[in-house]
Design a protein around this ligand. Structure first.
Ligand code: APR
Length: 229
């Protein structure tokens, strides 16, 4: 089976009602990154950080559903070995049925010990508050990679990218590293797609097909084409 490797970003979940970060109505227009998504924020005002993620987690538990793009990728598993590397902290790829999903920036539905980062817990509901503790008695934090923190899964993501027969970049501004650098590890000869209605930061790379369309529209068509090729 040919291997399709996908790098997805906030744009793939936009049609599910999840806000992107850098678009005109994106999250970083109304929130200062350093106040909600950094270790400094956590030290200075953990209540505000928890509230920021509680709002997003509540939406994920109660409202948000996968869209046609997530489902098209899941369906490709019938014909391809599909590996998804996502910058998203939602679980919409998994909800749609994708089996191989690597989260680069953490997972919203998980909480982690502040005493031992290996202690990660699946959350049963949306709320995480001050006073919620791990088994060692330390405060729990969102299982999110904040700005300024290292990206533990990047080595694995590089290895996966190197093995791709087809590579797709979907719904990301390609501004945040190391994720944006993954294309550099992809075999230059293989077919690559960049699907984003506002694709701007276009990597200077061979065999890259740019599709300026919403993921929910473009992906079902691309998936169909790939299957009959
Ligand atoms: N389909 C595909 N792409 C879309 C759609 C859509 N329906 N709607 C918007 N987009 C595109 C935008 O054009 C933009 O290029 O999605 C991209 C979203 O970019 P960002 O908001 O920068 O999100 P992302 O690239 O995922 O951000 C990377 O930055 O803040 C951090 O940790 C956060 O994982 C995130 C990382």
């Amino acid at each position: 089976m040919k291997k399709i490797v996908v790098l997805s970003g906030a744009g793939i979940s936009a049609e599910s009602g999840v806000k992107t970060f850098r678009d005109s109505k994106g999250l970083w227009r109304n929130h200062r990154i350093e106040e909600v998504a950094s270790p400094i924020a956590w030290n200075n005002n953990p209540e505000m950080v928890l509230e920021f993620y509680n709002i997003r987690r509540k939406q994920l538990f109660e409202e948000v559903k996968p869209n046609a793009a997530h489902y098209a990728l899941a369906e490709l598993q019938n014909n391809f070995d599909v590996k998804i590397i996502t910058q998203n902290v939602d679980d919409l790829h998994e909800q749609a049925g994708s089996k191989n999903v690597l989260h680069l920036h953490g997972e919203l539905k998980k909480a982690r010990s502040t005493a031992d980062e290996r202690l990660v817990y699946e959350m049963k509901s949306w709320e995480l508050n001050i006073g919620d503790k791990c088994e060692l008695g330390s405060q729990l934090r969102p299982h999110i990679v904040w700005f300024g923190e290292s990206v533990p899964n990047i080595e694995q993501a590089i290895e996966i990218s190197q093995t791709a027969d087809i590579f797709m970049v979907i719904g990301t501004s390609m501004l945040v590293y190391p994720a944006a650098g993954l294309l550099n590890y992809v075999n230059p000869d293989i077919e690559k797609y960049y699907i984003d209605p506002n694709a701007k930061n276009i990597p200077d790379i061979r065999n890259l097909k740019i599709i300026r369309e919403k993921a929910g529209i473009a992906l079902p068509i691309i998936a169909k084409d790939l299957k009959i090729k």
